[in-house]
Design a protein around this ligand. Structure first.
Ligand SMILES: *Cc1c(COP(=O)(O)O)cnc(C)c1O
Length: 435
């Protein structure tokens, strides 16, 4: 079989020396000539639908077929890839790469405005592979004290024994970030919007500091998605996603992604290869299908969340509301022109503390009480008894997790229905009648 005829095996550079060789001239991708490669200048709505789609030359299928195979026939292109060390560009074995992965990778890369992306079996797989790939033993990492729990545990529990020291700072305090810099600092790892307080750090400012000290800036863009902000355009080097959340968007898959310049993503890819966090072709299909509606979903979630945040701010049963659109502490320096919106997350404190919050959640009829976020359905949970339950009172205070704090992931339901449900439940929870 001549696979070159249908587009595999082309494009790798003849001067390639070895894959980890950072000086190697790189093409974007990997994609085959069968994958739709669209200009990054197109609108995100268009890229979400079309970028990366595998156009099957035999059947003309409109959607990417599911390449449910673990291995591929070896041919000249495969042997060339082995000798060139360009194994990422040719179908050989699905842990190395698979057209289902390439399609969804190209879609994610296009949406983030990146050269290349790698998809992984979870968000944590992407984060772990990125950190290991882009730092050496003996190096130093700076991150936020309120970074996602899984990331925090990885940095705290695994990095010291792997020879990486970590300093945790307030992500809004650029002076604290600057003060944490050491000669051996190699990586700054922050989130575009934090959990659960929804702080939006100054990505341009962080990128400036990273550049000054010769470190790389990694941004976990899970909470905002590329529809709302593209951190690579603001100076970040790598963007990470838990694709389990908004990218997938239907609470039906677990996946991750890392995206950026190909020379960095190649390194992350080879780390994923060794750690084994590859993404199954069937999940690639689900993820690719989910992303097609990303722009529509995010627009609806942006709007619903703002409407709910405004409603909550007006309710006598709510002590405080956290959402960037409401302004307040931490958002004054926000460069609004860098954002299209702030996603579907709203956090708020119910009158009556944790008891009031628990009663409120019990009364809700539409949102499910569940962790996770970013799906079409609204989900609600309390950080204090889920994601942040292992923190001490002092740590919770430092992050701002007060009694009664609820985290709501707003879905795409009718916002009037959601507000009615919230209103009824707040009333029922907070107006406890005398017996
Ligand atoms: C969920 C999440 C992760 C971890 O992703 P998994 O897909 O669960 O491994 C990382 N970062 C953020 C911000 C998340 O919300």
């Amino acid at each position: 079989m001549d696979r070159t005829a249908i587009g595999f095996g082309e494009g790798h550079t003849p001067e390639a020396e070895w894959f980890d060789e950072l000086r190697r001239r790189r093409i974007k991708g990997p994609i085959s000539t069968q994958n739709r490669s669209l200009p990054r200048s197109l609108s995100p709505e268009t890229l979400a639908v079309h970028a990366g789609t595998y156009e099957d030359p035999v059947t003309g299928a409109v959607g990417t077929p599911i390449f449910q195979t673990s291995t591929f026939h070896l041919d000249e292109a495969s042997y060339d890839a082995f000798s060139d060390g360009a194994l990422r560009d040719v179908p050989i074995y699905s842990r190395y790469g698979n057209p289902s992965q390439w399609s969804v990778q190209e879609k994610i890369a296009a949406l983030e405005g990146a050269e290349s992306a790698v998809v992984t079996s979870s968000g944590m797989a992407a984060i772990a592979a990125t950190i290991y790939a882009l730092t050496n033993s003996g190096s130093h990492i700076i991150s936020a004290y309120d970074v996602y729990g899984g990331t925090y545990n990885l940095l705290r529990e695994d990095m010291p024994s792997a020879g990486r020291e970590v300093t945790f700072v307030d992500p809004l305090d650029l002076e604290a970030v600057r003060a944490a810099i050491r000669p051996e600092t190699q990586l700054l790892l922050f989130e575009s919007l934090t959990n659960p307080m929804l702080k939006a750090p100054d990505i341009r400012g962080l990128a400036q500091i990273a550049r000054e000290c010769g470190a790389l800036l990694v941004i976990d863009n899970t909470f905002l998605s590329p529809i709302n902000v593209r951190p690579l355009n603001l100076g970040a080097d790598i963007v990470i996603h838990s694709a389990t959340k908004y990218l997938g968007g239907h609470s039906d898959l677990t996946a991750g992604a890392a995206t950026g310049r190909r020379k960095f993503v190649d390194r992350v890819w080879s780390q994923v290869l060794r750690f084994g966090g590859t993404l199954d072709p069937l999940v690639c299909f689900l993820l690719e299908r989910g992303i097609k509606t990303l722009a529509l979903r995010i627009r609806a979630q942006n709007e619903n969340a703002v409407a709910i945040a405004e409603y909550l701010a007006s309710s006598k049963y709510v002590e405080a509301v956290y959402h960037p659109a409401l302004g307040g502490k931490g958002y004054s320096d926000l460069r609004l022109q860098d954002y299209q919106g702030f996603g579907g997350m709203v956090s708020f404190e119910v009158v009556g503390g944790d008891t009031g919050a628990l009663r409120f959640m019990e009364h809700l009829t539409l949102p499910y009480v569940a962790t996770s976020l970013g799906g079409v359905e609204s989900l609600v949970s309390m950080p204090s008894n889920t994601s942040h339950s292992s923190l001490t009172k002092k740590q919770k205070d430092m992050i701002g997790i007060n009694p009664g704090l609820i985290r709501l992931s707003v879905g795409i339901e009718n916002v009037g229905d959601l507000i009615d449900d919230i209103q009824e439940s707040l009333k029922a929870a907070c107006e406890v009648k005398a017996p």
